[in-house]
Design a protein around this ligand. Structure first.
Ligand code: RFL
Ligand code: PHB
Length: 389
């Protein structure tokens, strides 16, 4: 098989890129290891930046987003005593939208056939070849046969563990990494949210987040040591812990219910530079990971593929090579700012085991400063709604 762009991975990065390229008449194929059901079963992001919703509007894949997405005017930081409200709408003129990654992915998958976007699911042993040449290709196995797809470019949208980044020789790239000493234990339940806006809490027992998917479905998280086992967290134990960490007001409004999903995700900051090697381009989690505290992961995948589709469109439709040459640098400039924001909010809102009384006082002072300063709140709001693309 021959195409223009071979995309590996049908997560948000790969699906968005595929649609953006198809909208410009560029041929592409997505090769995905898992089944659609498996991908849709993963509960991940919940908050979309304006930049991401703008992209879905631009693609016209927004009917459900418009009907079901919840526009949020702000969110709160809880410091154990009070709620510090960050009025994102008032401070930046922008909302964020609560609309789950599962729903975004489903909408993009459903729109694929009518837009001529081919997705090959359940492809085994996906491997990249000759990425440094003008004739790169991807091989995979399916239905007992080995297949080969040739393209001008390969887009590695296969997440943190996928083969794309790993096919880049070790000596040409540089990794930057910070691993955190805790994970987030998340629960999804069909109960109304305890508050109309998200609450990020720094309590003496640890971090908690009250989030939501709709008016009848809530998503909550607490941080736990990485040694913690999910079997040790009954629903009751988790609800009790959430009630303590989120504080009396949220607890009073919290409706408990059985978990429809419960899992622990490790936290990591990671960047791989450069995001291009030869004719392979990395996008989304394949190139970088942020801790979820800033709600940036999916949104960064969306900004990467916006840059990448513009670059590839220039190459194929206007014979302009500057875009592909500048992709990595342009994407990384935005990635690093989101890394900084996610890392700083993680540091501010979590109790690190290695921290002593000095670090704690720093958190208290910073939260107090944020509570009293419109300038500080504006900085947080501007990053939370998403920096310009
Ligand atoms: P994905 O979603 O991991 O998709 C990669 C796809 O590649 C496939 N793949 C392969 N395909 C072929 N061959 C192989 N060998 C392959 N190996 C892998 C995989 O099956 C998969 O389908 O990466 P992508 O597209 O870059 O998207 C990134 C986002 O998924 C991620 O950044 C976010 O979920 C992060 N995230 C959040 N982001 C936000 O913007 N807002 C949030 O509120 C938010 N909350 C979260 C999050 C991530 C979380 N977890 C579990 C990591 C909350 C959590 C708990
Ligand atoms: C979520 O709803 O899953 C969510 C929301 C905000 C975050 C992280 C996760 O910062």
């Amino acid at each position: 098989m021959k195409t223009q762009v071979v995309i590996i991975g049908a997560g948000p990065a790969g699906l968005l890129l595929g649609h953006l390229l198809r909208a410009e008449g560029i041929a592409c194929i997505i090769i995905e290891r898992a089944t659609p059901e498996y991908i849709l079963g993963r509960i991940r992001a919940g908050v979309l930046e304006r930049t991401t919703t703008d992209l879905l509007h631009r693609l016209g894949i927004d009917a459900r987003l418009n009907a079901e997405g919840m526009l949020e005017d702000g969110f709160a930081l809880a410091d154990g005593e009070r709620l510090i409200r960050i009025d994102t709408l008032g401070l930046t003129g922008k909302h964020v939208t609560v609309y789950g990654q599962t729903e975004v992915t489903r909408d993009l998958m459903d729109a694929a056939p009518e837009r001529g976007l081919e997705i090959i699911y359940e492809a085994a042993n996906v491997a990249l070849h000759d990425i440094e040449t003008d004739a790169p290709y991807v091989s995979f196995e399916k239905d007992g046969a080995t297949h080969r797809v040739e393209g001008v470019f390969i887009a590695g949208c296969d997440g943190y563990h996928g083969p794309s980044r790993q096919s880049i020789p070790k000596n040409v790239g540089r990794e930057f990494e910070r691993v955190y000493p805790f994970g987030w234990l998340g629960i999804l339940a069909n109960v109304p949210p305890c508050h109309h806006e998200l609450i990020y809490a720094n309590h003496e027992r640890g971090f908690a987040l009250a989030s939501m998917r709709s008016k009848t479905r809530s998503r909550y998280y607490i941080d736990v040591p990485l040694t913690e086992k999910i079997e040790d967290w009954s629903d009751d134990r988790l609800w009790d812990e959430l009630a303590v960490r989120l504080g009396p007001e949220a607890a009073a409004n919290m409706t408990r219910g059985p978990a429809i999903e419960k899992s622990i995700a490790p936290l990591r900051s990671y960047v791989f530079e450069p995001m291009r090697h030869g004719n392979l381009f990395l996008a989304g989690d394949a190139a970088h990971i942020v801790p979820p505290t800033g709600a940036k992961g999916l949104n960064l995948a969306a900004s990467d593929v916006t840059y990448l589709s513009d670059a590839m469109t220039g190459y194929f439709n206007r014979n302009d090579r500057d875009g592909v040459a500048g992709y990595s640098q342009k994407a990384l400039a935005r990635v690093w700012k989101a890394e900084r924001f996610s890392w700083s909010l993680t540091k501010l809102m979590h109790r690190f085991p290695e921290d002593g009384p000095f670090e704690r006082r720093m958190q208290v002072a910073e939260l107090d400063y944020i509570a009293s300063s419109a300038a500080a709140q504006t900085g947080i709001a501007e990053n939370y709604v998403g920096l310009p693309i």
